[in-house]
Design a protein around this ligand. Structure first.
Ligand code: PLP
Length: 491
């Protein structure tokens, strides 16, 4: 496999290359700004080159084949099929399709593990696809491969690997292993927690979150009241919401993606006590190594696809419930059921357990490299704005930073002039594509990638259209500084 630490995928000719160059890679190379736009416009000259993509947004060839076999087996003329990990996940998609289009779906047992085919009119595919994307209850490429060939899963090795990851996370979070639940993706963990909320009332979302967290609340739940760029860490606004009516729960990220802001978790937890509204924190960006969200949150969600895995060849997510939360008793049984409905596939667990073994050590190295790169960029005249937890709402981040923890590997930057941003991105000698958390650095014009059809909406919330998000990998800091210096010279 090409060593992306020293030989990144960044040139025009690398378009569509799997990132990393592995059969089950979860990212794809988008080396130039125009390729990102081509991807968003579904330009065949761009997507036609994709070896794979981010699995919730672009079907891996094996998964595409699986969908085709399901359609062949179950669809009548004018119908199509998607495959979900279980009948429960498929029926949630069917319900979403019915709500959005009025169309009725059929659910058929696929005949491999618990896989379930959702069969529906071709004209109603879009809402089913949105459920796959934002709900995160997906079938991964390893499971698709096994289902297509009739191979057995990982069996006992998969069960053991899941327990290894569960115990590892329990230790990192300081919670019993029984409070850790593993899912097919980070979004599957988030949507499982969102389904725990009391129905009927909107939730609150503090700070601009990862795109699908908000889509989950708005599309599958009872909506979200947005609290963006709060001067009080979300506290005053949440207090006002509570005074106006019931709030189903409060969601925020530690820190938020891509603006790296942190809410006032301690004050929010105090404010929510006795209201029936839980505090749920997604700590994917900081990770449990750097920050302790469960000091205040009732539950944490985290995408293990990112730094925990580090390799970028497996999707996974976790939800961890704080044992002392008043919601714990009810949530533990509900999440155990949810976990079985979009489980972490055995063969994926085996890969994840192996990848995650050195998570703690890697996280520390990433912190050091990112801070050095940030310090270089902070003094550079061509960088108009930088977002990083060390400087964004720093007091609130420090309040939950662990002893010995750092600021993580993610930051966002703005080059003042949009055409300069494009030149910077095109010239940047790091791997370019969706996702983060990898051993190697990974950059993307994040707003274009995540919010292409709602750029004005994002801009109104402080997320500039030409913002570039950078993940700092394990390359020597001096090397990264040189590469960023070159790209800035081109900007
Ligand atoms: N939370 C955050 C902060 C993220 O950035 C992401 C994905 O990028 C997720 C959750 C979702 O995780 P996954 O892609 O594993 O479903």
């Amino acid at each position: 496999m090409r060593d992306l630490l020293t030989d990144p995928l960044w040139r025009a000719e690398d378009l569509g290359h799997a990132v990393p160059g592995a059969e089950h890679a979860v990212s794809v190379c988008l080396p130039l700004w125009e390729h990102v736009i081509g991807y968003e416009e579904n330009d065949p000259a761009v997507v036609g080159r994709f070896a794979c993509g981010y699995p919730r947004f672009f079907l891996h060839p094996r998964v595409r084949e699986l969908f085709a076999v399901a359609a062949e087996n179950f669809a009548r003329p004018g119908e199509t099929a998607l495959v979900f990990p279980t009948a429960a996940a498929a029926s949630r998609a069917a319900e979403h399709v019915r709500k959005k289009s009025g169309a009725a779906c059929r659910i058929e047992a696929f005949g491999h593990h618990a896989l379930a085919a959702l069969v529906l009119p071709e004209s109603a595919r879009e809402p089913a696809w949105k459920r796959w994307q934002h709900g995160g209850e997906i079938v991964g490429s390893r499971q698709a491969e096994a289902a297509l060939s009739g191979a057995e899963g990982a069996g006992e090795a998969g069960v053991a690997a899941r327990e290894t990851v569960r115990r590892h996370l329990a230790e990192l979070y300081g919670q019993p292993a029984g409070n850790v639940f593993l899912f097919a993706s980070g979004m599957a963990a988030i949507s499982a927690v969102q389904r725990l909320l009391a129905p009927g009332s909107p939730a609150a979302q503090i700070e601009f979150p990862y795109v699908d967290t908000l889509k989950g609340l708005n599309e599958f739940g009872f909506g979200a009241r947005e609290i963006m760029r709060s001067a009080t860490g979300g506290v005053d606004e949440t207090r006002a919401l509570l005074a106006a009516g019931p709030v189903a729960g409060v969601f925020t990220e530690l820190p938020s993606n891509p603006l790296l802001r942190t809410a006032d978790l301690a004050a929010l937890a105090r404010l929510l006590t006795g209201t029936g509204a839980p505090l749920v924190v997604d700590d994917t960006v900081a990770t449990a190594v750097n920050a302790d969200a469960l000091r205040h949150a009732d539950a944490v969600t985290t995408s293990l696809t990112k730094l925990y895995s580090g390799v970028g060849d497996v999707m996974a997510g976790a939800a961890v419930v704080r044992a002392s939360s008043p919601f714990a008793a009810e949530w533990l049984s509900a999440l155990a059921a949810a976990e079985s409905e979009s489980p972490l596939y055995g063969a994926d667990a085996v890969v994840l357990a192996k990848n995650g073994a050195d998570f703690f050590e890697r996280a520390g190295r990433v912190n050091a490299g990112a801070e050095a790169l940030f310090d270089f960029l902070a003094g550079h005249p061509k960088v108009a704005r930088l977002w990083y937890p060390k400087t964004e709402t720093p007091d609130r981040y420090e309040a939950v930073r662990r002893e010995g923890g750092g600021y993580g590997g993610l930051f966002s930057l703005l080059i003042a002039d949009p055409s300069g941003a494009r030149r910077f991105y095109d010239a940047l000698r790091v791997t370019k594509g969706p996702s983060f958390g990898t051993h190697f650095s990974l950059a993307s014009p994040y707003t274009l990638l995540a919010h292409y059809r709602e750029l004005d909406w994002a801009k109104g919330r402080g997320v500039e259209p030409h913002l570039i998000r950078v993940w700092t990998g394990l390359e020597p800091a001096g090397d990264l500084i040189e590469r960023f210096g070159e790209a800035l010279a081109a900007a």
